[in-house]
Design a binder for this molecule. Structure first.
Ligand SMILES: *Cc1c(COP(=O)(O)O)cnc(C)c1O
Length: 377
């Protein structure tokens, strides 16, 4: 049976029946159960090859087709035309913090950065290390990173404007992107990639570590406009030059085959079972609305940390009245099968990551627990 024919139909998540938990991890994070089950079913013999996907050559025609198919599915889901490519890299989102300035703002060239918290701060600092004239064009630091900045001070000479689409640590997300930037937009979408339809007409590059919304750690997906890639600095080491990935279809050296394979199954799930990114966005909006509703309706017991107009649909961050109650909340939540609710270690508090693969049932289970916990607190 080919991958496309295999039924990835939705299955209500019944964690107990699978010995599994409700997984709210920030990353690596939940994957769709049908995807995991398919990978399990064909683990020893992928597509009749008599080999595991971990053993087969990346030059095998079937694997090459699988990798090409994953790229096609990503571009198709986003409705991107032939001016775009999706390429597969290693090194995580963090290597992109360096590759982007090395290619596109080399030798002291200017680039604008919007600082909305830890990940954009790291990206900016890495650009400085790489010798770019990287400048903070907007920041929400004064607001404790509780929001997306409203005003951006553009440098007309900047080679690109860099922003972090979803701030995994702080629970803020760009609901719409700057329309008047003089430079093309470059964005880290690690934690909201493929969570909603996107208008990428102002963008030149999007990067995403797979382990939040798309697949296993070790795979990084980059969407890049071909014409932008051509403007990159020449003479960089091969693996740091985006053109290497374009001209080799991500096969210059051994790509992270297993990660691409799982990502490919996730694409089939997004297309077939979910029915595309508009449907995915509707599901994600409904989940987030339910959870923020529970927080806002708790009479101040649970307090959201992000300003309302900047709230993330992916990472819902909130506090309880005291650190002691938060510790108890996390422990008792675990007893109820609610896993990974601790905030990022740099900020503490509670964070429910409700990525694509976290089903509405998981959110409902969390909401029921929150109500029960409040009564006993
Ligand atoms: C997790 C995360 C990163 C770091 O990704 P790595 O793949 O571990 O380098 C970067 N940016 C954002 C927005 C993230 O959520």
């Amino acid at each position: 049976m080919s991958l496309a024919e295999k039924d990835l139909s939705p299955q209500p998540l019944a964690p107990a029946a699978h010995g599994r938990v409700y997984n709210f991890n920030g990353g690596p994070a939940a994957l769709p159960l049908p995807v995991l089950e398919q990978a399990q079913a064909e683990f020893l013999d992928w597509g009749g090859s008599g080999m595991s996907m971990l053993e087969i050559s990346h030059r095998d025609k079937r694997v090459v087709r699988m990798v090409d198919g994953c790229e096609e599915d990503i571009l198709g889901l986003l409705g991107l035309g032939p001016e775009w490519r999706a390429i597969f890299l290693q090194g995580g989102a963090s290597l992109q913090f360096a590759m982007i300035p090395l290619n596109f703002a080399p030798d002291g060239a200017p680039a604008d950065y919007v600082n909305t918290g830890m990940w954009s701060d790291k990206a900016h600092k890495e650009a400085v290390i790489c010798g770019s004239k990287a400048r903070i064009a907007a920041s929400s630091e004064q607001d404790g990173f509780t929001c997306i900045p409203k005003k951006i001070d553009y440098d007309p000479k900047a080679r690109y404007l860099y922003l972090t689409a979803n701030n995994t640590v702080r629970g803020t997300e760009w609901r719409s992107f700057p329309k008047d930037a003089p430079a093309p937009l470059v964005s880290d979408m690690s934690s909201d990639f493929l969570s909603r339809p996107l208008d990428l007409s102002k963008f030149a590059l999007v990067h995403a570590g797979a382990q939040k919304n798309v697949g296993p750690a070790g795979l990084t997906i980059v969407l890049i406009r071909k014409d932008f890639a051509e403007t990159g600095k020449k003479g960089l080491p091969h693996l740091l030059d985006y053109r290497t990935y374009l001209s080799s279809n991500s096969m210059y050296n051994t790509p992270p085959v297993f990660g691409i394979y799982i990502a490919g199954l996730v694409m089939k799930w997004l297309k077939g079972t979910i029915g595309g990114l508009a449907n995915m966005a509707a599901i994600n909006e409904a989940k987030a609305a339910r959870l923020y509703g529970a927080i806002d309706g708790s009479g101040g017991f649970y307090k959201g940390t992000a300003k309302e107009d900047s709230r993330s649909l992916m990472n819902v961050t909130f506090r309880l009245p005291s650190p002691e109650l938060e510790a108890r909340f996390l422990a008792e939540g675990k007893d109820r099968g609610l896993h990974g609710l601790n905030g990022h270690r740099s900020v503490g508090g509670i964070r429910a990551s409700i990525y694509n693969a976290v089903p509405p049932e998981a959110v409902e289970a969390l909401i029921a627990f929150m109500a029960d916990f409040q009564k006993t607190a």
